[in-house]
Design a protein around this ligand. Structure first.
Ligand code: GSH
Length: 280
């Protein structure tokens, strides 16, 4: 037994993980910190979501960037063959929504919480300084205000699509200006300067949604093009972006191509969409 009363590797792991980063900086030497990182990465992560490019995308980019192993799970894969309506009515997720990240059996809901947890596994994505970390959160939340782009790309059709798109692009230019100003102020290429922070993956996702709806929508805001390229060039992210399925038939019959495991085809059992009723 150690003088701290820690008796097993798993107790040590719990203790290490309960320490905040500042204390970690003071107490832990570099090797222990690396060991702690490795331990964290050993957690079995299962990301459960629908087959749309929406609220799981930031977590995927963060995990791919950090080379953190995880499993992408469809609803039937994770919930023993059940489909979403049954899962939801049985209360099998905390808030009746996805995404969910299963961390060694503990289910974490809410995209922001999932992304922050994932970012914590990757050194540098959450600034060590609490004020800087809070600033990263504020940029993240400002990007979250673009989240209505998700259903426009992945769900809406016809008149509903046109209406939602019109509304989105009504406020988008002013929001984009704010992000552009921020990037220029910090010197870029990322929102907080030379290093990527977790908020950058969230912002990238929503700006790329905007770009797939209106290919020229990011043009003319200095710094934003370089921001997009910088995120796209990050090791791990670059490979991921080329291999991920692509939203196709936006506005008409949106779906992902190729039809990956857990896509709406499979969710319904055969061709056709069962997800159009879901709120993405
Ligand atoms: N605030 C939640 C929103 C989650 C959410 O709206 N999830 C949608 C998919 S993107 C969902 O689960 N829709 C299915 C339903 O509500 O039945 C988060 O950030 O995770």
């Amino acid at each position: 037994m150690s003088k701290f009363g820690i008796q097993s590797a798993s107790e040590l792991k719990d203790w290490l993980e309960s320490q905040d980063e500042t204390l970690g900086e003071l107490v832990l030497n570099r090797d222990i910190k690396i060991g702690m990182e490795a331990w964290r990465k050993k957690a079995m992560l299962q990301l459960v979501y629908f087959a749309v490019r929406a609220r799981a995308e930031t977590a995927r980019m963060i995990l791919e960037f950090g080379k953190v192993p995880y499993l992408d799970r469809s609803v039937p894969e994770y919930f023993g063959g059940s489909r979403w309506p049954a899962v939801k009515s049985a209360g099998l997720t905390a808030f009746g929504q996805l995404p969910v990240l299963d961390i060694d059996g503990t289910q974490l809901s809410q995209e922001a919480a999932i992304n922050r947890y994932c970012a914590g596994l990757v050194p540098g994505l959450i600034p060590a300084d609490p004020v800087q970390a809070a600033l990263a959160d504020s940029i993240y939340m400002a990007a979250e205000e673009l989240a209505v782009s998700n259903p426009i790309v992945n769900v809406h059709r016809g008149e509903k699509f046109e209406e939602a798109k019109r509304e989105f692009f009504g406020t988008f230019p002013r929001r984009l200006k704010n992000f552009g100003r921020l990037i220029r102020k910090t010197g870029g290429p990322y929102t907080m300067g030379a290093e990527p922070r977790y908020c950058d993956f969230k912002l990238y996702h929503h700006l790329s949604n905007a770009r797939s709806l209106e290919p020229t929508s990011l043009d003319g805001e200095e710094g934003v093009g370089a921001f997009m390229e910088a995120v796209e060039g990050l090791a791990g992210v670059k490979e991921y972006l080329t291999k991920r399925p692509v939203p196709i038939d936006i506005r008409v019959k949106p779906m992902l191509d190729p039809n990956v495991v857990g896509t709406r085809h499979e969710e319904k059992g055969e061709g056709g969409s069962s997800q159009k009723k879901q709120k993405v």
